[in-house]
Structures are given as structure tokens and as C-alpha cells.
Design a protein around this ligand. Structure first.
Ligand code: AMP
Length: 112
């Protein structure tokens, strides 16, 4: 499959990896929008949040749990932001779900 995040998950293309287990991988974003900006992705290809199925419930929780654990380990225990863009209107550009984790600066609201 021609999916850049599947290629990162398989190691076919390099990334600045932070964490990996049998279900997820976390790596630094190529174009960081905060001093700390990393992505947590499932190894399973799921194109958008709309494509989650019942069988992905535990996986979805594992992505979120991994995000908060790594954020705290990387010095963001005081606060951080998680974002998952869904489809074009939601600002998604890579069609393999990924949770953005942004930290080490204060965040404003609403997002753009
Ligand atoms: P989104 O717009 O929510 O789909 O986010 C896609 C994110 O993936 C953007 O923040 C990109 O900077 C990031 N990105 C794209 N290609 C790579 C890559 N090869 N390694 C790390 N991050 C990437």
C-alpha cells in the first residue's frame, strides 16, 4: 500500500522514533508546530477516524494512553494538546490515522 505512515511503521522509511510496541509507533513530526510535536499512529492501516470499527476500540484507547504516557515522560506533565484531524474539512493530509501531541508551549483556543 502506498501509505507513508505504513512505510514508517514498517521501517521502510526512517523516522525520529520515540516509542514502538506491537500495536503503535510514535515519532517526531517532520514539521513541528510546537517545541514538542510527535505523532502516535497504529501499525494497522486505518485511513481516517471515520473508519474505526468495533474491533479497533482497544487500539483507539491504546493510542490515547500511549500519547499521554509519552507526553509526561517528555516533560509535558503540566499540560499538552492532542489533535486528530479527520478528512479534508478537518485538516487531514495523511490518510492513516495519527494523534498529534503538541507541548512545551501554551496553546490557544479555538484552533484554526
Ligand atoms: P495531518 O495534517 O493531521 O494529516 O497531519 C499530518 C502530519 O504528518 C503533518 O503534521 C506532517 O508534518 C506530518 N508528516 C508528514 N510526513 C511525515 C514524515 N515522513 N515524518 C514525520 N511526520 C510527517
Amino acid at each position: 500500500m502506498d501509505c507513508i505512515f505504513c512505510k514508517i511503521a514498517s521501517g521502510a522509511i526512517p523516522s525520529k522514533k520515540i516509542y514502538e510496541d506491537d500495536k503503535v509507533i510514535a515519532f517526531h513530526d517532520l514539521a513541528p508546530q510546537a517545541p514538542l510535536h510527535f505523532l502516535v499512529i497504529p501499525k494497522k492501516h486505518i485511513a481516517t477516524l471515520n473508519d474505526l470499527t468495533e474491533e479497533d476500540r482497544l487500539l483507539a484507547g491504546h493510542i490515547l494512553f500511549t500519547a499521554q504516557r509519552l507526553a509526561k515522560e517528555l516533560g509535558c506533565e503540566q499540560g499538552f494538546r492532542v489533535v486528530m484531524n479527520c478528512n479534508e474539512l478537518g485538516g487531514q493530509t495523511v490518510y492513516h490515522i495519527h494523534l498529534h501531541v503538541l507541548g512545551q508551549r501554551s496553546m490557544s483556543w479555538p484552533p484554526g
